[in-house]
Design a protein around this ligand. Structure first.
Ligand code: ZN
Ligand code: ZN
Length: 1012
């Protein structure tokens, strides 16, 4: 067999340039029996971990490298034409030390040298050269560029410089042959250079795609990347179809005159030995107070937290409302503490506890928990979570399984507005270099790739649109699936050669990585600089981001946390603040009763607009049918309301059982305590775990492994688990047939079962919002409107619902309104932030004037002191059209559609007046003519006098202007006069509609509302 290893190769992670899918590529490499294979993306190491693991899984040796960009001078010099600011160079990691160096180099490319491309320079390379092997790269390499431009000196100097930096045995002169004329020139020069400088040769194929036939899709991909049309003669293109994964024989044939260059690929592959270790964890250090060990301090904090919680528990026990004894809590706590210490996670818990405590101290709202962490009593005692795991039978092993040790995963919800403050705290505490956000990659989805390819191929938009519209809208849709499901699309492909080509190219590119961006929640904290563990990337807004996504960050043992922004928490905080401001009442949302009849009535009637997780119309229908009466019912509905259980009929079954229409029977008496809360339906993964525990004697750790296996549906593993289950059940005198049937049932439900811990915390949060809505409807409405004030459609829907519920909403008014929506004696006052085209800075300036003047009586008085740089004519007009300036025309006779245009007509003069006054004051002439004094004390009569005459708006115009500025018709609706007739025809108010998996086609008549 020919001796050759590919050492220069780009996958799809050379974004929009490489077109190799990693798994497909490695499969092919394995088929060709290649002993090793290298990866060298353009300027990044996005794919290193995936490539390493997937290659090893196939018995291939991965060679990790990068095709770096090298600045001609200093990486810090950022000028020049984009084409001349960097040369290519291949760097391969020979040792783990070299791999670490490569990470540092590639990171610096983004954080220090970025200019069109992430660039390093020779100085930096010299600092991090150990353990690296270099190759001179393609025609864009410095050596090749010198040779092809007939500047031999430049070529010699470049090669000598790299030899000196990397060492004589570590720099190779790279030959490529794709049939390109320039390469002929370079390849003719390289052997002489090699002789003179005593440098070895090596050959590569600069692989960019898998098969020769992929040259065309790859070319289209380049066009997508550069935004050019395929026929554009000046665009970037590859002059050859040879950049594919050639076989060793094909390479041997191309380089038969250079046997050394071929065999050197094998030598390099043998020399490169990098392994990304598995099972290591790099937790950041948590400093504990003097006199404490880490474990000791952890236990101290947990015990102190438990003492706090104990007060409430003792009280509940005294009134008979505690399901478990205090002793049971003690036992569970001791068990969890011991287990967490054994797994060496006290530091992890303390880190999490610390920043959550910080958030609470600063009044930043924190959620009650999400995901499986709510299963831990330790987390509850540390206030990492806020629901009692024993009370809801949440299982610790679902979170941390001693029999399958993996880094715990604690995700935290923070108030959307203030999430950044917590990230800032963590960054300061653990060191700026040790904290980063996490990258995420966008891929080309079925519809989008068709549109992209269509544009490049210059097909008429309408034609491409027709094809794209035939692709069903589903999350996991692929072109193959679409063709299988949709005969119209199949016909289009068969009958139209253009469509056939479009689809064939699109299929080849579908699913490939298109761009990198910053993950919305992920934060990674390392014990020292991140670049000691993972390469860094720079986001569009200069965020420092890891080059590896969540999965790989976890894989290499770094601690990642999800800091999510949740607007519901902002809503709750705002409502509580408004309750305090208007009623002087301090509401402790974590101490509200969980048996409030008003709150359950709201759920039972499906009046759940704005209630977290429960507001879709399908959910509201289920609420009305199932009539929840306790938190457990909400937890179950929250878990069941997902496509799987809905489609399978589980939800209907649950409702029928709850209503008593179906008998609830248990095949085994042991099942009753586990399933009674869901009326015999297996709704949670935790129930599967409990059943295997009580029926077959599994430990909860084993039960968690079973739970996971059921989710993955691996036939072989399931066979073993089944035998173990039946065996265990037999030992407990359960008849074999019954046990087997039960196992099958669990397996069936496991696909639908949901994490109860997560469902519980989110149902708890839902209850809190519903409690506010039921007991403080105006305050809840004000907070909800504020949260949605920039989302016109939703705001209109919520305003409509509020009106239907009899909550008066008062119009915007510069003499009454605040930035946000507020509660007044007579109703909820419109917030100024919801008016279109009016910025927050403008509103703040206006409120300052109001604070000073008490009441703004005229445009002149307002302009006298307003920051007019923030207030152009458009802002005034928007305010007037929204009705927010109506109070400046108090005392002026006439309807709003007569006075509003007069206010608009007065704006220019008032602004001029204000500018003049402010200028005079600045120049020390303020008050010379007494103008400002006079205006300031003007009564309503005088205000009227300053309003010029202007033609009145029609009613239609007034409504249109309201819609333009408020997003909705305020003082009426164009179709109001048909309202009653339409209702008779079965029209629904807009608040009755919404996305739902159950009723995709909602309306059978007109959709009307006074607010839409
Ligand atoms: Zn290159
Ligand atoms: Zn390349």
């Amino acid at each position: 067999m020919a001796e050759f290893v590919h050492l220069h190769l780009h996958t799809e992670f050379s974004l929009l340039d490489g077109a190799c899918r990693i798994d497909e590529l490695l499969d092919q490499a394995a088929v060709l029996k290649m002993p090793a294979i290298g990866v060298t993306e353009h300027g990044n190491m996005f794919s290193s971990v995936i490539f390493h693991d997937h290659a090893r899984a196939r018995g291939l040796k991965p060679i990790l490298g990068c095709e770096v960009y090298v600045a001609p001078g200093s990486r810090l010099t950022k000028s020049g034409n984009p084409g001349e600011t960097a040369n290519h160079l291949i760097l391969l990691a020979e040792t783990n030390e070299g791999y670490s160096n490569l990470i540092k180099l590639v990171s610096a490319g983004y954080t220090e040298g970025f200019y069109y491309k992430p660039r390093i320079d020779k100085e930096l390379l010299a600092q991090h050269s150990k353990g690296l092997i270099g190759m001179s790269s393609c025609l864009k390499g410095e050596v090749a560029e010198g040779l092809s431009h007939l500047q031999e000196r430049k070529a010699i100097e470049a090669a000598a410089a790299y030899r000196d930096i990397l060492g004589p045995n570590n720099f190779f002169l790279e030959m490529q042959w794709h049939g390109i004329e320039e390469q002929r020139v370079v390849n003719a020069g390289l052997p002489g250079l090699a002789r003179d400088l005593k440098l070895p040769l090596v050959c590569t194929n600069d692989v960019h795609y898998l098969r020769e036939t992929d040259a065309h899709p790859h070319d289209v991909l380049l066009c997508i990347g550069t935004g050019k049309a395929f026929t554009d003669t000046k665009r970037l293109r590859y002059d050859s179809r040879n950049f594919f994964l050639k076989t060793p024989e094909q390479m041997a044939d191309a380089f038969k005159d250079f046997p050394d260059a071929l065999s050197n690929t094998m030598r390099i592959a043998e020399r490169c030995n990098v392994t990304i270790a598995e099972g290591e964890n790099f937790l950041p250090n948590f400093d504990v107070p003097a006199g404490f060990t880490l474990d000791g301090y952890f236990e101290h904090v947990v015990r102190a937290g438990f003492a706090d919680r104990l007060e409430k528990l003792r009280h509940l026990a005294s009134v008979g409302a505690l399901r478990h004894t205090v002793d049971e809590y003690e036992t569970r706590l001791a068990y969890e503490i011991a287990m967490i210490k054994k797994m060496k996670y006290p530091g992890y818990f303390l880190i999490t506890w610390d920043f959550i405590r910080y958030a609470r101290e600063k009044g930043i709202p924190v959620g009650p928990g999400r995901g499986s962490a709510a299963g831990s009593l330790v987390a509850y005692c540390m206030r990492i979570t806020d629901v009692d795991p024993l009370d809801f039978d949440l299982i610790f092993e679902r979170f941390l399984n001693p029999e399958r040790v993996s880094l715990p995963d604690i995700d935290i919800d923070f108030c959307e507005r203030r999430r950044g403050e917590v990230i800032e705290y963590v960054t300061k505490k653990y060191g700026r270099e040790n904290v980063a956000q996490i990258i995420t990659f966008g891929t080309m989805k079925a519809k989008a790739v068709v549109r992209d390819v269509g544009r490049v191929l210059e097909m008429p938009f309408a034609d491409v649109d027709k094809v794209a519209k035939q692709i069903p809208a589903a999350l996991d849709m692929t072109l193959d699936k679409a063709l299988e499901e949709n005969p119209i699309l199949r016909d289009m492909e068969k009958n139209d050669p253009k469509v056939k080509e479009l689809l064939s190219v699109a299929k080849r590119l579908e699913g490939m990585t298109r761009h990198a961006s910053v993950h919305a929640a992920g934060v990674v904290i390392a014990p020292s600089a991140i670049t000691n563990y993972a390469p860094l990337y720079k986001g569009a807004r200069d965020e420092i981001v890891t080059q590896w996504s969540m999965k790989e960050i976890e894989r290499v043992g770094l601690l990642k946390m999800d800091f999510l922004g949740l607007s519901t928490l902002t809503l709750i905080a705002d409502a509580i603040e408004e309750i305090k401001r208007t009623k002087g009442e301090t509401l402790d949302i974590d101490a509200i009763p969980f048996d409030d009849p008003k709150t359950y009535q709201l759920f039972q009637e499906g009046q759940t607009y704005g209630v977290f997780q429960f507001e879709s119309s399908g959910m509201r229908e289920i609420l009305r049918k199932s009539k929840p009466q306790r938190l457990e019912d909400l937890i179950a509905l929250n878990a069941l309301y997902r496509p799987g259980p809905l489609r399978s009929g589980m939800v209907d079954d649950y409702i029928a059982r709850k209503q008593g229409k179906t008998d609830v029977k248990y095949d085994l008496p042991e099942l009753e305590p586990v399933l009674a809360e869901t009326y015999g339906v297996i709704a949670y993964q935790e129930q599967v775990m409990r059943i295997s525990n009580v029926v077959a004697g599994f430990t909860l750790g084993e039960a968690d492994i079973l739970r996971k296996a059921m989710g993955k549906k691996n036939a072989e593993v399931m066979q073993k688990q089944r035998a173990k289950f039946v065996d265990g059940a037999k030992k407990r005198d359960v008849n074999e047939k019954k046990a087997a049937a039960l196992f099958d049932l669990m397996e069936h439900f496991a696909g639908y079962g949901f994490n109860k811990s997560h469902s519980t915390t989110y149902a708890y949060l839902a209850y809190q919002t519903a409690y506010l809505k039921a007991n403080y409807p105006w305050h809840f409405a004000a907070a909800l409107f504020t949260i949605e004030s920039q989302n016109t459609e939703k705001l209109a829907m919520y305003l409509g619902e509020a009106r239907e519920r009899g909550i008066p909403v008062l119009p915007p008014d510069i003499n009454q309104s605040q930035i946000r929506f507020t509660v007044e004696e007579k109703g909820v006052r419109f917030g100024l932030t919801a008016i279109k085209n009016v910025g927050e800075g403008a509103i703040e300036s206006l409120l300052k004037v109001r604070a000073k003047q008490g009441r703004i009586t005229s445009l002149h008085a307002l302009c006298d002191e307003l920051d007019l740089r923030l207030f152009n004519k458009r802002v005034f007009e928007s305010l007037a059209k929204a009705g927010a300036l109506d109070s400046l025309a108090t005392g002026v006779a006439g309807h709003a559609r007569e006075t509003r245009p007069r206010i608009v007509a007065a704006v220019d003069a008032a602004c001029e007046y204000g500018a003049r006054q402010q200028r005079d004051r600045e120049q020390g002439q303020g008050g010379l003519f007494g103008d400002s004094e006079q205006t300031g004390t003007n009564g309503d009569g005088a205000a009227a006098a300053t309003l010029p005459n202007a033609p009145a708006w029609t009613e239609q115009e007034q409504l249109a202007f309201e819609k333009e500025t408020l997003g909705l018709y305020w003082s009426g609706h164009p179709v109001d006069r048909y309202r009653s007739e339409l209702k008779e025809f079965g029209a629904k108010a807009i608040a009755e509609l919404g996305e739902t998996p159950m009723n995709p086609e909602p309306a059978d008549a007109w959709i009307i509302s006074a607010t839409c």
